[in-house]
Design a protein around this ligand. Sequence first.
Ligand code: NAD
Length: 392
Amino acid sequence: MAEPVSSRASTVTLGVPKETLEDEKRVALIPDVVKRYTAAGVNVVVETGAGASAYYTDEAYAAAGATIVPDAAALYAAAEVILKVRAPQEHELGLLRSGQALFAFLAPLSQTELAADLAQRGVIAISMDAIPRTTRAQSMDALSSMGTVAGYKAALLAADFNPRFFPMLMTAAGTIPPAKVLIIGAGVAGLQAIATARRLGGVVESYDTRPVVKEQVESLGAKFVEVDMTGIQVETQDSGGYAREASPELLRRQQETMARHTIKSDAVISTAAVPGRPAPKLIMADTVRQMAPGSVIVDLAAETGGNCELTVPGEVVVRHGVTIIGMINLPSTMPYHSSQMYAKNLQNLLALFINKEGQFHLNFEDDIVQGVVISNGGEIVHAATKARMQSA
Ligand code: NAD
């Protein structure tokens, strides 16, 4: 956070537009965080209604010291740094200008055309999904924050759509056994789904391709499902701790094991993902056919194609009597807290980009800055994005 400065005129102006993507309810900064900037002499402009769908009013932003502007054109014209959640859409791209900085989830490894477009416009593009997964960057890690929200909500959906109770109940009308819940993929979202499903009273088991998570799964009170790795010589994770794409033989064994466990589960929450790749198919159509009618699958990987063969991204469908939830962008369904977490992550990241005098600067000696800046000076400067573009 910048020190208070005497002259507001020389300090950076941060701009918070209203998100324009349909059904996007989050906002990049919340009034509490705005207050910290304005108190430190940094200017903040907010488009009218920017926080309305996340329950943050114009009045609250104004009370925090922000200037409210009537539309996106005024917002983009007034700010040097644009703070967004989602990548800009076509009509927003035209509002950006050379030298302006943009913070948002830009998915540069899959949206390479957008990255190239931003570079060509001279925009300093900073991607919230490119933050290194290091200890120092933890407080800036918006992917983890959104994973936490998504995992929590997925467990609630699995219980809500279920015709069965999650907890064991001993009532005068008889005893009801607890629901069996399988969670595939125990990253940030999966671990939160385990914790939430356990709090609801479910009996939970979980599988992840990275054996290191076994201990975390067990510490949350769930059982770790093992896949027979005999004779398979593969690294299941890379040096950054991320999953690698499974070999065909490993995938076959994973599918076989997941089928056995899925069939006896009342709810399955799948979160398996490999960064920059389509989601692995782990629940096959024939497995769904063998599940008990009324069972629920919540497929958090829907956006990248889904872990279940029958998932329809963006929709809730019933197949063979099983409800398959392919809703995307669950964090937007809890906009109050997801915006709060995102704003805090952004504030921690921005501390690396705003100097003591309250001015925007780029320090490429910082590994986090190096990791998140996608384009600068009209060029793509992000190594992984450059490599992806060359291989495309
Ligand atoms: P993600 O969303 O990319 O993937 C979700 C999970 O799916 C991962 O746990 C992955 O191992 C798993 N998966 C992939 N293929 C699978 C398959 N075929 N079968 C079963 N599971 C499969 O991951 P994420 O939750 O964003 O992050 C995961 C990694 O990042 C972990 O190593 C985590 O510890 C690390 N991380 C580190 C930090 C930090 O140190 N600051 C912060 C967040 C996450």
